[in-house]
Design a protein around this ligand. Structure first.
Ligand code: 5GP
Ligand code: ZN
Length: 142
């Protein structure tokens, strides 16, 4: 896709600091370095978000995660954990619309990275949870 910054990185038209590459994926350091070693894993094929994946592409991309995560972890003994994130849609904080997975190594609870999960369990009794699940199950398909 001509106006996609990650397609340009994949094509070598924009520089990046690569950490892994094969025929189907590229992994490179995120320019923001939310924490040191923050890496993006992207399919070389332009897909905007997870909603556009088929099972084959998902298997290809997500299968690279464990070895990449282990390599990042092994690169610095101070890494004690990792957040793996995939933002889909502007409301979900996606800003580059070429699908990518963030690997964010964690050093401590003071390393300036956080995620907030609100607890709204008081709004969902069993009947409400079943209604939510029914609506999803009806759309899962094969
Ligand atoms: P998103 O917000 O879409 O989940 O994440 C996009 C990420 O791409 C951001 O963390 C941002 O720092 C990173 N990014 C945007 N432009 C570039 C770039 O030109 N080079 C690199 N290496 N990272 C970029
Ligand atoms: Zn692209």
């Amino acid at each position: 896709m001509t106006d996609c910054i990650f397609c340009k990185i994949i094509a070598g038209e924009i520089p990046s600091v690569k950490v892994y590459e094969d025929a189907d994926v590229l992994a490179f350091l995120d320019i923001s370095q939310a924490t040191k070693g923050h890496t993006l894993l992207v399919p070389k094929k332009h897909v905007p978000d997870v909603f556009a994946y088929d099972a084959t592409l998902a298997a290809t991309v997500f299968s690279r995660l464990p070895k990449l995560a282990r390599a990042i972890q092994a690169s610095d003994p101070q890494i004690t954990g990792m957040n793996i994130l995939n933002n889909n849609g502007a409301v979900a904080y996606q800003s580059v619309f070429h699908s990518h997975i963030h690997l964010i190594p964690r050093y401590s609870d003071q390393d300036d990275f956080s995620i907030h999960f609100g607890d709204h369990s008081d709004r969902f009794d069993t009947a409400a949870l079943n209604a939510v699940a029914d609506a999803i199950r009806a759309k899962v398909g094969d």
